[in-house]
Each structure stands twice: as structure tokens, then as C-alpha cells.
Write a protein that binds this ligand. Sequence first.
Ligand code: GLV
Ligand code: MN
Ligand code: MN
Length: 421
Amino acid sequence: MSTAAEVLARCSELDRFSLHRTRLERTHLTPQHAQANARVAQWMGAAGLRTWQDAAGNVCGRAEGRTPGLPALLLGSHLDSVPDAGSYDGMLGVLMAIAVAERLATAVASGELEPLPVALEVIGFGDEEGARFGTALLGSRAVAGAWDDDWWDLRDRDGTTLHQAFLDFGLDPRRVGEAARRPEELVGYLEAHIEQGPVLEAADEPLGYVTSIAGARRFRLTVHGEARHAGGTPYARRRDALVGASEAVTAIERLARASGEDGCIATVGRFVVHPGAVNVIPGRVELSLDLRAATDAARDAMWGDIEDEVRRRCTARGLRLEVLETHRAAAVRCSPWLQEAVVQGIGATGRARPPGLWSRAGHDAMAMARVTGTGMLFLRCAGGISHHPDEAVREDDVAAGLDALQAAVLAAAGRHAESRG
Ligand code: GLV
Ligand code: MN
Ligand code: MN
């Protein structure tokens, strides 16, 4: 039951747990999240893992090693999605982890493999994308002990606070700290994920290892102007928030592009015009800004340039700019010993020199790096497409990925045991 075909079938099955009948949208602490957790827990149970839902809504499973209570090598990824998502971003990593746990349990039960010198845990994080509350990595940051009580007042688009969403999901907000893991309980964290970019495909490589993950910041920018009559207000008296916001968008792209191929990436993905009527000059525009770069310094310098430029343009048009930072995650270097374990894992599939990539996409591994060492295995995806229903991954790549992840687990467990003498 732990073949690549089975993993892909399970990815498709999870598509059913969506807000919409024909497209995937599964966000944090929703009924669809609960349904996905329940199904994933069943699969974990079938793989021989003891399962539970933690105090932050993540679904977890554990198999003991050669003695009960050993520190755990944690494998995982996320089960939430962006709106109109593909089937593999996050889910593939969780389901590959379960498949590897099952294969290892079978090998131990048949006597083909010695019991592991570590416990093995699998975790399906409830929020990585931040699609519901704007702040990302809520699941993994709870596990990493990086919860911030300011987040309780975050609201979704319907006005529901994160605090209320916890209660609605059957979680006790006062107990969120219980999801936090202590460094001494953990050996490390390994995550398999589709690349979400074109590098592996261009290099004709099915698998790669991650060297580091981009630092990210997200903002909500509001441009305030004046809503007035579209016909009666002469240009000299207009303070059109939409024209100012549009200038901001093109300036943001120009500045980020100028930072070069390996520089900053900036995206405005949400743009809301108020009051949104054909015959009213837009009085207010809200736009999101997502910024990423290989280093926090490059990202922060880019934000400085963007803020100066957008303020200057707003001022020139008599507009006011309001800035709210909604998310910040530091750039993270994957642990050298787990990078090596992943390289060794890929080596077991016959690729001795796999490519090392820095990830422009964010991952739960960045949050987990606060509490333990992290390593990531990337799988090629078709056209580098992600955050879209056309996301696709080849079955033979998933088969190679399973072999590589399994070998990486054994390499990491072995290295850990060696380091303990
Ligand atoms: C997560 O997918 C991200 O936005 O990087
Ligand atoms: Mn994603
Ligand atoms: Mn992801």
C-alpha cells in the first residue's frame, strides 16, 4: 500500500476535502481541514503509527524506535492549500512520509531491517500557506514553540478571529503551547515537497536537495484617497486611490526585477478596490505584497526601496499610504548533516550528484528550524507550476522520491546514533 501510485491516489482523494466542489481550497481550522486530518490519521494508523491531533490542529503519528520514548525524526509537510490549488503542494510530502513510515515498519516486522535507533513521527501541519488568516506557518510555528499571542486577533475575510476559529475547531486556545516540541525530543525534521519552480525539470533531474529557504515578508498596503463623483470631479481635485495603487504595483515589479535573477521576488496577489462602483472614483485600495529573497538583508533592503518609492508616488498624488506587516519569516539554511542525509538518500536511487537548490517558496521547514535541524527533498514538478490546479508530478519521480526519503531517514537515523556513540 505504500507505492507511488498509492501516494498519488491519496493526494487525489484529499482533493475532496475542499470548500468548493470543483476546485481545491482547504484552509486552516475549517471543516475541510478536520476532514483531511481524519482521513490522514486513518492512513497513519494503517501505517502502524499511533495518532493524535495536537493542540494547534496538526495531525500527528508516531512509531517507536528500538526502545520506547527515543527522540523522534520528524517527517512532514502541510495539508492546507491556497485558493484554486493543485493536489501536491504540501499533501505530497505528508503522504510520502506516511508511505515511508509504513515501508520501514514492514521492513522491521519482516526482520529485513533492525528497529531504528530513533522514533519516527509524521506530521501534517494545518497551516503553512496563511491563506485564511494572512499569517503563514501557524501549524509549524506552534510546534516550533514560536507561537505569538498577538495572532489570536487575526481575522479571516468573514471577520472570524483565530481565537474563535480554534474554539470552533474544538481546540482550546489556552493550550496551544502544548503543541510545542522541545529540542531534546527531536532528532531533526525532513520534508519532501514539489519544487514549485523549473530548475529540476530544466536540469532533467527528478530530485534535488534544498540548501536554504528564502526569507519572506508579507504586507497589507492600503492606499487612501477620496471617493467622489466620477463625472463631476475634475482631475485637479481627484485623489484616485486606484491610480496610485496601480503605479505602486508597477514600481514594485520594476524594483524587484532590477534586483537581478537571484535577487528579490515581489508579488502583489490581492488588490481590492473600494467602493468598487463604475461611477465612483476609488477612495481606497488594499493590496497585498509578498517579498522573498535569499537573505533577510536583501529582502529588507528591497522593502526599504519599495516603501520609499510607493510613499513618494502616493504623496505626489495626495494619497496616504498605510502599511501593516502581516508575516515575517527569516531565511533558513538547512542543516548540513541533514542536507548530507538527503544527498545520501538521493544517491541510493542512483543519482550520485543531485542538484542543491535554494527554495524561493516558503516551507514548514523554516519554522521547524527554530527547534531542530531541517532537511528537504525536492521533487521535479511539471513546468515548475504550483499554486494552480495544473500542478503535476510524475509517478516515477514519486517512486524515486519515496526511495530517496526512506534512504535519507535511514542515513539520518544512523548519523544520529553515531553522534550519540
Ligand atoms: C508557500 O507556498 C509560499 O507561499 O511560499
Ligand atoms: Mn504553497
Ligand atoms: Mn507548500
